[in-house]
Every structure is written in C-alpha cells, then in structure tokens.
Write a protein that binds this ligand. Structure first.
Ligand code: SAM
Length: 290
C-alpha cells in the first residue's frame, strides 16, 4: 500500500534500506510529519502553473508533496549519498529533476533555464540546511532569476532577524537586504518533534514575497547595501563612527559624510539600528550625490 515518504515508518524504512546515516555537518534534519509538509506547500500556493526550486531534498519528503502540486520541481542536493535514495523514492514522479550541486556554487538562473520547460512563475520551497541559511537567502536574492516567492524553513532566530523592524535587537543588515526586495512574514512555527534527528533550535516557516518594486528608491544598490552593512558593523557604536571606519577618517571624507547626513536629516550620533529603510536610502542617495 502507498505511504508518503514523510511518514515516520516509511522514512525509517528508506533510511534502513539504503543504510543512510545523518551528517550533522550538512544540516540533515529530515521532516517526518506529512501534515506540516502539506501546510508548507499550501502556504506557498503551489499549483500546476508554478515551477518550484527546492534546496536540500534529503530523501524527498517535501519534494514529493511539491511534485504532486507543481508543474516542475528542480532540487539541489549536495550529498552524493542521497542521489540513489532520491532516484528510488521519487521514481513515481516524472516532473522532478535533482541536481547534485552545492546551492551556494550553483548558477540557479542557468539551471532553471535549462530544466524548466515552460516560462512559469518560480517559487522556492525548502527546509533549509541551517548552517548556511543566510548565505543561501543572499545567494538566491542576488540571482537574476525573478523568484516570486520563497517559503522556507529556518531557525526561528534567523526568521526574527529577517522580519525585524528598526529599533529592535534583531534588526540589522540582513533585515534590510531581504526587506528591500521582499515582503517578509513568519507563516508558522514548527516544533522540534517534527524532525529526525531533532534540531537543537526552534524552527519557523518564513514567507518572502517579491515586491512589485523595491521598498525604497536608491540610485545605486551596491552603495546602499555597503552603507547598511557598515552601519551595523559595530552595533554599539554611533552611525558616525561606523561610517568613518568604512569610508575613511580623512578631512575630505568627514566633510562629505557630514554633508550627506545633514542633507538626509540624520543625526550622526544615532545608532544604525534606529534607521529605517527610507532613512538609509536617503543617506545612501545623499552620499552618492556628492
Ligand atoms: N528536504 C528534506 C526534508 O525536509 O526532510 C531535508 C532537509 S535537511 C534540513 C537539509 C538538506 O540540505 C539535506 O538534505 C542536506 O544534505 C542538504 N544540503 C546541505 N548543504 C547543502 C548545500 N550547500 N547545497 C545543497 N544542499 C545542501
């Protein structure tokens, strides 16, 4: 009789059949709760008019649920040992392509062009390997592929940093990098008991939806992101000190920075964590004007 991959008994069978042992260093915590997987797929709004990219399919628990709803699924898996397992567990589905690649080294846009037969909206749905959550998100955001939505499982603490508002402890350059392009919200919290082995941290499903245009107007994106990273480099220091550390302490630079702060109406004694996205944009644009 047919049993979904994610059921605890089928997962156990698959792991035993293939003699698979978990690698902690690869963030291997597999979901063994079909209901949670279905909630993830529902939150992502996956149907036959959507192509999906998955990162880290594991033994295919989420992949299977995606394959049942999506047009096509493209999955990136770094662990060579999982390739024969996936070939076995996903054999009933003809709309899944697994590529053996490190997602951080993958040209996601080129792979999507190669694999997807039709030009449909692309969404990312994944239970991320937690040791590289932030690099993966930044890698995907910097890809020319116009990812419409990401519904991704991550450590709760990172989800809080991504959706943080100015003035909070969790607010930082990651919040800004993501919120610039995407509207961010936490969809739901997932208990540790939904995984084997159980992770040490709480998990959250985060939903990132691409904005029709960036949250703020900036003349130069690279300069804007450089400024936001600089402003948080030493969180306890003033904006002014962080700016001097980044751009230089010479008289000419001091004068240029002071003029830009004045033009943007920002007190140099404030801390980076108090500045909103529009304020950072004002300041970056004022610095570029000079
Ligand atoms: N999707 C499965 C699930 O939900 O049960 C497994 C999720 S598990 C948290 C993370 C997966 O990412 C593992 O299969 C791991 O081997 C894979 N992985 C780790 N680092 C990776 C990388 N750099 N590129 C691609 N996959 C990676």
């Amino acid at each position: 009789s047919y049993k979904e991959i994610a059921t605890p008994s089928r997962t156990k069978e698959i792991l035993e059949k293939h003699g698979f042992s978990f690698k902690k260093s690869l963030g291997q915590n597999f979901l063994t709760d079909p209901n949670i997987l279905k909630k993830i797929v529902a939150a992502a709004g996956i149907d036959s008019h959507v192509n999906v990219i998955e990162i880290g399919p594991g033994i295919g628990a989420l992949t299977e649920q995606l394959a049942k709803q999506a047009n096509q699924v493209l999955a990136f898996e770094i662990d060579q040992r999982l390739l024969p397992v996936l070939a076995d567990t996903l054999s009933p589905y003809d709309n899944v392509t697994v590529v053996h690649q490190d997602i951080l080294k993958a040209d996601v846009n080129a792979e999507a062009q190669r694999v997807f037969a039709s030009d449909l909206p692309v969404k990312v749905v994944a239970n991320l390997p937690y040791y590289i959550t932030t690099p993966i998100i930044l890698h995907l955001l910097s890809s020319p592929l116009p990812i419409q939505e990401m519904v991704i499982m991550m450590q709760r603490e990172v989800a809080e940093r991504i959706s943080a508002k100015p003035g909070s402890k969790a607010y930082g350059s990651l919040s800004i990098a993501v919120q610039y392009a995407m509207a961010a919200s936490v969809a739901f919290i997932v208990p540790k008991t939904a995984f084997v082995p159980q992770p040490n941290v709480d998990s959250a499903i985060m939903k990132l939806t691409r904005r029709t245009k960036p949250a703020v107007d900036v003349h130069n994106e690279a300069a804007f992101f450089r400024l936001t990273r600089a402003a948080f480099k030493q969180r306890r220091k003033t904006l002014w000190n962080n700016l001097l550390n980044e751009y230089g302490k010479d008289e000419q630079t001091r004068a240029r920075l002071a003029a830009a702060l004045e033009k943007a109406g920002i007190d140099p004694k404030r801390r980076g964590e108090s500045l909103s996205l529009p304020e950072f944009a004002e300041l970056a644009n004022a610095m570029a004007d000079k």
